[in-house]
Design a protein around this ligand. Structure first.
Ligand SMILES: [Mn+2]
Length: 326
């Protein structure tokens, strides 16, 4: 007589099974099944459009991206105020990015894929005068994206057509972001916003300097990405749309909306004529678009390991956000 389902699933509470005469066999070391595990990698597209008046010099944003080792990218935006002191604002941001790129896999420096440590070492090695906002993001094989950001570069994660994650800009006051600096008065890696996000196959990361996020709304980012056929095309399309808005004096941009919310306005006599503070923000525009993919790689351990990816959705852990302000 067949046992009922209930009794098969629920053995008697205090019954101890006798030792099986046939213990489970070890899996053969020479199993014909090829062992594999899943690792997360990034496919990265980038695009930079300099400020219209800085096109000849290439602008003051700098970035690097590397998808060889899982995936890493970084953006630095040189603070333009240095030009008033006869300092080229591009030198600091470019050297900071060059050092970050060089130190990433330097075993002696023991960066170990930690973006905040990378920022510390790259900043310490940068000798140019100047300052910059900066974001560094590193994808671990497990699918965790680790981020360190100082200032107002942005990063958003888009999943299934929705913004699922976004980092907040850090600023002292409107238009004066936190910045890594050659001067002691500036911020350091300790002031960085540090966080981790668990990503899934197909997630899109959109990161950029403030020139991107000051000139484009989330809904435009989502629709532009969905209409693009790859990360290169998406990065270019986003940069071009932001550029179009940045020079449009009639576009009510995220930047002009924020300015009004902070109490900035047109002179009172213009207000009487119905005018309001409006328009895009001319700036260097750097865009990084990265798509998360999970790929099967041979597992050196030999056992078959099943990884289901990250099913619980985005978990955000803000590890440290030291925001001491004088
Ligand atoms: Mn900028």
């Amino acid at each position: 007589m067949a046992a009922s389902t209930a009794s098969r699933l629920s053995p008697p509470r205090f019954h101890v099974s006798p030792r099986s005469p046939h213990p489970p066999l070890r899996r053969s070391r020479f199993s014909p099944v090829r062992a594999a595990k899943l690792e997360a990698v990034l496919s990265i597209g980038t695009h930079l459009i300099p400020h219209p008046r800085k096109a000849a010099s290439g602008g003051e944003d700098a970035f690097f991206a590397n998808s060889d080792a899982g995936g890493v990218f970084a953006i630095a935006d040189g603070v333009s105020g240095w030009a008033e002191k006869d300092v080229n604002p591009a030198l600091f941001s470019r050297e900071l990015m060059r050092n970050s790129s060089n130190f990433l896999n330097d075993e002696e420096l023991q960066v170990n894929g930690d973006p905040q440590i990378l920022l510390m070492k790259a900043h310490a090695a940068t000798s140019s005068i100047g300052s910059a906002t900066v974001i560094i993001a590193v994808l671990e094989k497990s699918g965790t994206l680790k981020i360190a950001s100082v200032g107002d570069c942005g990063l958003k994660v888009i999943r299934k057509g929705q913004v699922m994650f976004s980092i907040s800009p850090q600023e002292h006051y409107f238009d004066c972001p936190y910045q890594i600096s050659s001067e002691a008065a500036g911020q350091t890696y300790q002031d960085a916003l540090v966080c981790s996000v668990n990503l899934m196959d197909g997630d899109m990361i959109v990161s950029g300097s403030d020139g991107l996020f000051d000139n484009i709304f989330d809904q435009e980012i989502i629709s532009t990405i969905s209409e693009s056929s790859g990360v290169d095309e998406a990065a270019k399309a986003l940069a071009e749309l932001a550029r179009k808005h940045s020079v449009d004096v009639t576009f009510d941009s995220p930047y002009s909306m924020e300015a009004r919310s902070k109490g900035f306005d047109v002179p009172w006599w213009k207000k009487l004529l119905g005018a309001k503070l409006i328009g895009g923000k001319m700036d260097d525009i750097t865009v990084v678009v990265a798509q998360v993919k999970t790929v099967a790689v041979p597992d050196e351990g030999g056992d078959i390991e099943e990884q289901k990816g990250n099913e619980q959705g985005i978990a955000v852990a803000v590890a440290s956000a030291v925001q001491n302000e004088e």
